[in-house]
Design a protein around this ligand. Sequence first.
Ligand SMILES: [Zn+2]
Length: 147
Amino acid sequence: MSNNAICCPQCQGQQVQLLSVIHAAGTSRIHTTHQAQSGIGPRVTVETTGRHQTDLAASVGPPPGKRLLGPVILTGVGAIILYDGLKLMNSYWGVDWSRFFIGVTFIAIGVVGFVRHWKFNVAQYDKLEEWRRTWMCHSCGTRFQPS
Ligand SMILES: [Zn+2]
């Protein structure tokens, strides 16, 4: 066997690649910019951004993390509703309590969601590290981590 070249533990094949490499190779970003100017009108820039991914690339993708944007938006919306409810607070009883509670509820759900997603992502970190070290054999599909 040829010195230290990494080969498949299952079939000894050398058609092996890191999952991250396969993933990157099969995922291409499409970005085109098209400029059009019609007559006296303003210049219009049309931008198209897309992502194309092969089935193989999709199957070897990194462990998914949860997006933190959703809870942040929810918290923001809650804050706006809360602010709107408190805006009437000229007198003590001028608070719009329904908006107040809806706003507080949104913020609470948003913060709890953010913390949960954050913890999930931290837990996924080990899996991600493992994924970075994992290779796949193109001949038999075996996934392995060279020691
Ligand atoms: Zn193999």
